[in-house]
Design a protein. Structure first.
Length: 209
């Protein structure tokens, strides 16, 4: 009985989910990135600026902390969030199931498929009442990559969720992101702190979450 109880209390660690070439092609860990490239420093992530890229900060209303980075590019939107993760196991397999469950409870549907970063969820999410009456649902792609001691989640909407050419551009943007985990101890699944950008390019535009 004791062995069974312990097995339930300490489940088998899940493997990491990431592209085979992640360490060279991204998303990169800070230790893997070129230190001389002109990244926009957002705390937990760094973003490589490019023509036509618009950056938004998504702010939690109560705490006023930055909880996600929104990137508008090539007719698509990409929301990214970095989380602390275990050194030897991954989070994406478990988090993916939880996302599918949440969307199902909202009346949406999800399809699991193999994408350029590994398993991803294609979701059809109902549109809230009061928005565009001609649109009853929206497509979004949930992607995730397990890195060294971090997990990076992305949500792709707009053209990148339906158009292969636009998808390739937004996927390249996701690849270019650098995660800055830092050395401070953090429980797995904690959001790695994000902040206003430190860059000569000027401040980002805040956006309510």
């Amino acid at each position: 009985m004791t062995d069974v109880a312990n097995a339930d209390q300490f489940p088998e660690p899940l493997p990491k989910s990431a592209p085979e070439d992640r360490e060279t092609e991204g998303p990169l860990d800070e230790s893997e990135a070129n230190p001389v490239r002109p990244y926009v420093d957002l705390g937990g992530v760094k973003v490589l600026p490019r023509e036509g890229l618009h950056l938004r900060l998504e702010i939690e209303e109560g705490s006023k902390r930055v909880v996600a980075i929104g990137l508008d590019y090539a007719g698509s939107t990409l929301q990214v969030q970095p989380f602390a993760a275990p050194r030897s196991s991954g989070l994406w397999h478990e988090i993916r199931d939880q996302i599918a469950d949440q969307i199902g409870k909202q009346g949406g549907t999800t399809t699991l498929r193999e994408g350029p970063f590994g398993p991803e969820l294609v979701a059809e999410i109902p549109v809230a009442t009061g928005q565009d009456a001609s649109e009853t649902s929206r497509l979004a792609r949930f992607i995730g990559v397990d890195g060294p001691r971090w997990f990076l989640r992305g949500v792709i909407a707009g053209e990148g969720a339906i158009n292969p050419d636009a998808a390739a551009q937004i996927e390249d943007l996701f690849r270019s992101i650098v995660v800055v985990r830092g050395s401070a101890p953090m429980p797995p699944r904690d959001l790695i702190p994000l902040r206003m950008p430190v860059t000569p390019a000027g401040p980002a535009e805040p956006a309510d979450a």
